[in-house]
Design a protein around this ligand. Sequence first.
Ligand SMILES: [Zn+2]
Length: 86
Amino acid sequence: MTTPSMRKYPCCPGPTWVKAADFGHAEGIDFTLGRCDVCSRYWMHLWTPYAPDAGYVALDDATAGELVTIPAGPDRRRRLQELFDV
Ligand SMILES: [Zn+2]
């Protein structure tokens, strides 16, 4: 498992991130999937009060598509933990 590269801001300048899905919490981190309004790239926003600069992680279309098909619950939390190494 490689740690995903963290970026503080999405790919394109300006407020381009549009919320696509809320994945709730895993390991104290709040996961929200969004998509860039300009280039359509998926970004997962990670937020935790313990690391306010957690920021955005790029997701490919296949991974984003997989995550939205997993129902909320332990399976999705486990997958988030695997993907984001939390
Ligand atoms: Zn973009």
